[in-house]
Design a binder for this molecule. Structure first.
Ligand SMILES: [Zn+2]
Length: 239
């Protein structure tokens, strides 16, 4: 993992095409797993020495559980929701993730609102998240999918589904900033997109399903963020 982090540009490009989306991919959830529970999180991690890649140790497990409990509180507060259910998070080691969940750069949330499953890749070091002003392991994006599906109904359109996730997360992709693995802010990315004259109209974002993630996520995230700030979360939730 550490060698990968130092892989520079190639690594950034790979991380930029993270599959951070609602997905119909069927995850392989076969054990063995270490299962750790908190109030609302049931975290599945691999036992130590399960594979060549490092499995989470007890300190990272605890940090991840604490982080995701706070993430649920954060999302409930931002969306004016009262999500209080159990969420199962399956955390795969880096070297098995591609085979089991179809990516080793991120993951996805289950489309089934009754399942409340998140499948993600474990990375050894947390990312610096400048939106939240702290480091995190898993971030906010996938939990927003779980909570919006559960609390706001059947949000399966990319516009609102990815819009809410990117608006609340505020990041898409990661970069190595002076040796610190950092989440890339979508507002900074939007400035770059605008500078290159690649800014899309809201109607493009609504109707064009073939816009690639790296262009779509920052723009839809900023648009929905603006809508939430301008009109208030309750009005936008009604959509
Ligand atoms: Zn997503």
């Amino acid at each position: 993992m550490r060698a990968n982090i130092q892989g520079g540009l190639k690594q950034i490009i790979i991380l930029l095409i993270l599959i951070l989306s609602l997905s119909a991919w069927k995850a392989d959830i076969k054990g063995p797993w270490i299962i750790t529970k908190s109030k609302r999180i049931i975290l599945y991690t691999r036992p130590l020495n399960y594979s060549q890649s490092t499995s989470p140790d007890s300190a990272s497990i605890q940090a991840i559980i604490n982080e995701q409990e706070l993430v649920i509180d954060f999302i409930n507060e931002r969306l004016n929701t009262h999500f209080d259910s159990k969420v199962k998070i399956f955390l795969y080691n880096t070297d098995e993730a591609q085979e089991k969940i179809g990516t080793n750069g991120g993951g996805f949330a289950s489309l089934n609102k009754f399942k409340k499953h998140i499948y993600l890749t474990f990375h050894l070091e947390p990312y610096y998240n400048s939106v939240m002003n702290k480091t995190d392991y898993l971030g906010v994006h996938e939990m927003v999918h779980i909570i919006t599906l559960s609390e706001l109904g059947n949000i399966k359109t990319r516009f609102f589904g990815e819009g809410y996730s990117n608006a609340l997360d505020g990041n898409y992709g990661t970069e190595n900033k002076n040796g610190i693995l950092t989440r890339q802010r979508i507002d900074s990315t939007l400035v770059r997109i605008k500078k290159h004259g690649k800014l899309l109209k809201p109607s493009d974002l609504l109707y064009n399903d073939s816009i690639p993630e790296y262009a779509y996520y920052p723009q839809i995230g900023c648009l929905i963020r603006w809508m939430l700030d301008t009109y208030g979360v309750d009005k936008i939730n009604k959509f």
